[in-house]
Design a binder for this molecule. Sequence first.
Ligand SMILES: [Zn+2]
Length: 209
Amino acid sequence: MKVLSALIILLLTLLGEGQIRIKLVDGFDYPVGKPNAAGYYKARGLRLTRPVHFGEDWNGKGGGDTDLHDPIYACGDGVVTFAADVRVGWGRVVLIRHAYRDPGTGKVKYVDSQYAHLRTILVKKGDVVKRGQKIGTMGNNRGMYAAHLHFEIRHNINIGMQRENFSKSDANWADPSAFIKKYRRLKKEWRPVVVPTGTYRVYRGHTGL
Ligand SMILES: [Zn+2]
């Protein structure tokens, strides 16, 4: 029996069972007003020096809470690596991991996109999502802020919910709009790639993929 289960485990490992594979993205869109952020403006941008802001804040042009419940979209194909209500300053947060081929080097790279202060989450950890798929709605973190989307793109896929452990550098964080513009359309490829998992530290009892 022991030998049999060992053999099964070996076979599953060889077949790559249990590994998560996703398609390389064919481009990135904005997470609001799809695909071009129509009807929204960037209230705050990325700033890696004090006062630090690790991403972008997207607001509806109507101001205040007029954008509450507005749809939030996955900026690219990928897999949900985190989806939880962690409360504190974050509220409901979704993280999605994307794989893309850098046209400059020809190498496959991974990035995580993060969507915070959501009113509702419509996906769960492990879900494979498509670019433009509705993943949640815009929120205000229980009235802590005027409704807006806090949106980050990280080159470093170990950050997860533990930003304070990582240096404030552009090796770790991308400027989201600049990144989207740069990789707006990429060549379509069908060969799936294995996604690294287990890269986040547990945050307030919540684990990543
Ligand atoms: Zn923000």
